[in-house]
Design a protein around this ligand. Structure first.
Ligand code: SF4
Length: 500
């Protein structure tokens, strides 16, 4: 029987879904390139991994490339023969499974401990299987592995003191508990891999515990409007429908109990029209006080904190955009983008309190996010607490309208700005922008602040401004649309010019 070499990640792919493992081996070309946000997660993992090795200055790094297995194996054998006490990224194979453990440490009596480094902030179920397969290979290779640990990010750490950036947890017990399942799993994989493509159904496992890279391929027969768009439909119900190949809304069995929002979505789809509560929208819009500030922040939350007083993964803003409509309908645009590697928070807070006056409603799309950013700014800069607190107190959520009073099947069950905007304002969408979502904005910002002062840097600056500016302009356009919908004659179809 033909045998395939499996890496640790392929072993974990097989645990998630046999078909995923099969496709990775036989049809890897079906996977699209990882999105920029994914690349950032990989890069962040590399940085965290490098920092985690700093506790072991005498460690020997196996430098051979991940794809150069013979060289990596040779270097590992040399390190073991030279009695290295600590080895980073050694290369070990057993029963055609290859692993490269982050750190192994020799104990006094010749046994070994293993440390797996993760950029998460806790031990997860999938980490146990990850460490278990490595332990299984190391033992099969001939190393006596005694204890195994997961070294993960410690949220308690506060910059600039990174001495407690990591927390190390002994996970020997749960790892030992799953070790015995590995040989069976491997023999299942071996026989599955020499057969035709498995016929696994799509389901919740396609994004749990990891987003599968073959979603475009496996989900291609799901129609544009399907049971997956019904808001908050529970997975057990969806799994049942998938088993019956029932993807369209008309195949939803009548005995499935639907909540009001779900019923409204189904009704909107069946009638191919939006369901709008004009009175509700009118009452909600009546709450607004001029001038209207349409506000949006872009933020970053690195695993390794970079600025004073910040914890790992704590969010900070590096950009905002604000469109302002005055009572006479005039629109102006204000914005701030931090363009260097220094701490952006203070300059951004100062620019924000200058841009937003003492009166007027501050409109955001999903207010808890903007409120969270403003509350953090208040904590960091108490000297601006009155102005920032006043902005937070005047927040008003445009999203509420789409949660409560405006259902449209074309939103596909999501009320995010990215889904609502192209339906309501067809001339605007995010598809042609170089930066098209928040995680791409993070990647672009990090690239831009590290760039020298060149045309390339200017291009990245423009792309970020265009993206964040579009988010707030989108809210302005939606605001116009809602006003017209309730018969309010403002603004006219000739939209006012935006003054920057
Ligand atoms: S998309 Fe889902 S069904 Fe297809 S390979 Fe991935 S996990 Fe399996």
């Amino acid at each position: 029987m033909k045998s395939f070499r499996l890496s640790k990640s392929k072993y974990l792919s097989g645990l998630q879904c046999h078909k995923r493992l099969w496709l990775e081996i036989h049809k890897p070309e079906l996977a699209p390139p990882p999105p920029p946000g994914q690349q950032r997660i990989f890069d962040q993992g590399t940085t965290v991994g490098e920092l985690a090795t700093e506790d072991f200055p005498d460690g020997v790094l196996i430098e051979a490339d991940y794809l150069n297995i013979p060289e990596a194996t040779k270097q590992t054998e040399e390190a073991l023969a030279n009695s290295a006490d600590v080895i980073f990224e050694g290369c070990f194979t057993h029963d055609n499974v290859l692993v490269r453990p982050d750190i192994i440490l020799r104990n006094d009596l010749g046994s070994w401990n293993m440390i797996e480094v993760k950029s998460s902030t806790s031990v997860k179920k999938e980490n146990i299987h990850d460490v278990a397969v490595q332990t299984w290979v190391l033992r099969g290779y001939g190393l006596e592995v005694e204890r195994v640990f997961l070294k993960h990010i410690n949220r308690e750490c506060v910059y600039p003191d990174l001495s407690n950036l990591f927390k190390t947890e002994d996970i020997t017990e749960p790892v030992e508990a799953v070790l015995s399942t590995i040989p069976n799993k491997l023999s299942e994989y071996k026989s599955m891999l020499v057969k035709h493509e498995p016929n696994n159904s799509i389901g919740g496992h396609c994004s749990n515990p990891y987003d599968c890279q073959f979603i475009d391929y496996c989900w291609k027969d799901v129609p544009e409007y399907s049971i997956f768009n019904v808001p908050c439909l529970r997975w057990p119900i969806k799994e049942r429908l998938i088993q019956g190949n029932h993807f369209t809304i008309d195949q939803l069995p009548t005995e499935i109990p639907l909540g009001n929002k779900q019923k409204e979505y189904v009704e909107s789809l069946e009638q191919r029209k939006s369901i709008v509560n004009r009175d509700g929208i009118s009452d909600k819009l009546d709450e607004l006080e001029y001038p209207l500030y349409f506000l949006d922040f872009e933020t970053d939350n690195p695993a390794v904190p970079r600025f004073d007083g910040m914890h790992p993964y704590e969010l900070f803003p590096f950009q905002y955009s604000c469109h302002i409509i005055s009572r006479d309908g005039k629109v102006i645009h204000k914005e701030y983008l931090h363009e260097s590697k220094s701490d952006p928070r203070k300059l951004l807070a100062e620019a924000l309190v200058k841009a937003i006056g003492k009166k007027g409603t501050v409109i955001a799309y999903y207010v808890p996010f903007e409120r969270g950013v403003l509350n953090s700014l208040v904590e960091w800069f108490p000297e601006h607490s009155v102005a920032l607190g006043s902005i937070a107190d005047r927040l008003w959520d445009q999203l509420d309208i789409f949660k409560k009073y405006y259902i449209d099947y074309r939103f596909k069950g999501s009320n995010s700005l990215k889904n609502v905007l192209p339906v309501i304002v067809p001339s605007m969408n995010y598809e042609n922008l170089a930066v098209s979502d928040g995680s791409e904005a993070q990647v672009t910002w990090n690239e831009m602040i590290r760039s020298p002062e060149t045309d390339e840097k200017s291009k990245l600056i423009n792309e970020l401004k265009e993206y964040c500016g579009q988010d707030t302009m989108a809210m302005v356009e939606i605001h116009y649309h809602l006003n017209r919908l309730i018969g309010f004659p403002f603004p006219s179809e000739d939209k006012p010019e935006v003054i920057v």
